[in-house]
Design a protein around this ligand. Structure first.
Ligand SMILES: C[S@@+](CC[C@H](N)C(=O)[O-])C[C@H]1O[C@@H](n2cnc3c(N)ncnc32)[C@H](O)[C@@H]1O
Length: 305
């Protein structure tokens, strides 16, 4: 009884972990649709295109990750941020606090951005590199992670009036949420080496572009082509054959409809999204959520939609 009261008090006053990076394709908005489709029970949770990790944080906040989680992404700088937040959050907060006073200075921004053009970049301290990524994410135009063909960050300065560069309470909450979590830089197909029967895999790949100008597929120096989308369907099917639960979101286009036409549980949902690459225009777009399993139930599994 006392423990229950203490646990609910803790939930009431604890800072809930939220995505600590702005990330194109962030799933904050689609969360009610995703949580409604979670399987009733699952073992380990895998998110192979983690990005900002909105669904992961939702599950962590609700105590749904009792058997742990594996987060991965092909973006090395992003993954380093997660690892540093998990393992060295105090030093990261101190490094971000050093950047904070310079948020209005485009020259300072360009200087920090240029680190990856120098030969010693790989040898730099992981905390300094993670602080750089978070600082750039908060001060660059639209928070867009964009790199050139050489893999060098090239989003311009954002001219924000008051960007939140360091949020110590959230970073500490995120660090706590990540403690039992494996974090890896890897291609999505490597989930096949890790997922076991009863595990849940959530795929949120770079979306198939709804129009030529709506493409946000430059997250890393690799494009996510139609062949990649096809390779993902194969991985999806192999996981299902092995007994994992698989959920996937993508844009709803003729191509994705064809890719997933054989799946009995593919629902079209509506979301308000940035619909062009300068991020100013928003509109209602159709998205596709595909599940490999039947037995999901709204609001169960302790998951609050
Ligand atoms: C749509 S975003 C994920 C958004 C995330 N669910 C959120 O809530 O913010 C897609 C992610 O896929 C990653 N990515 C692109 N190609 C990949 C690949 N081949 N393997 C793993 N991750 C990849 C990108 O770096 C990007 O972080």
């Amino acid at each position: 009884m006392w423990h229950q009261a203490q646990a609910s008090l803790f939930r009431e006053f604890a800072v809930l972990a939220r995505p600590f990076l702005k990330w194109a394709g962030g799933k904050g908005q689609l969360l009610p649709e995703l949580t409604r489709r979670l399987p009733r029970q699952f073992r380990r949770y895998h998110e192979p295109f983690v990005g900002g990790g909105a669904l992961f944080f939702h599950l962590a906040n609700n105590g749904n990750l009792r058997e742990g989680a594996v987060l991965s992404d092909s973006n090395a700088e992003l993954i380093l941020c997660y690892q540093v937040v998990r393992d060295d959050v105090t030093a990261l907060i101190a490094a971000l606090q050093e950047h904070t006073p310079h948020f209005k200075d485009p020259d300072y921004f360009r200087e920090i951005r240029s680190w990856d053009r120098r030969s010693d970049f790989a040898q730099r301290d992981p905390v300094a590199k993670a602080a750089r990524t978070i600082f750039l994410n908060r001060t660059c135009y639209n928070g867009l992670y964009r790199v050139n063909k050489k893999g060098q960050f090239n989003t311009p300065f954002g001219y924000y009036k008051n960007p939140l560069i360091c949020d110590p309470a959230n970073l500490r909450a995120v660090s706590a949420a990540l403690q039992q979590t494996e974090i890896r830089q890897s291609d999505f197909a490597e989930v096949l080496e890790r997922a076991r029967p009863g595990d849940l895999v959530y795929f949120d790949p770079p979306y198939d572009p709804v129009s030529a100008t709506a493409s946000f597929t430059h997250y890393t120096d690799q494009h996510f082509s139609v062949d990649e989308q096809r390779r993902l369907v194969e991985v999806f099917n192999q996981l299902v054959e092995r007994g994992s639960y698989v959920m996937l979101s993508n844009s709803h286009t003729q191509f994705t409809r064809e890719l997933y036409h054989a799946m009995p549980l593919a629902d079209i949902v509506h979301a308000s999204r940035k619909i062009n690459c300068n991020g100013k225009k928003r509109g209602s777009v159709e998205e596709l959520i595909v599940c490999s399993y039947q037995s999901y139930q709204s609001g169960t599994n302790g998951v609050k939609p």
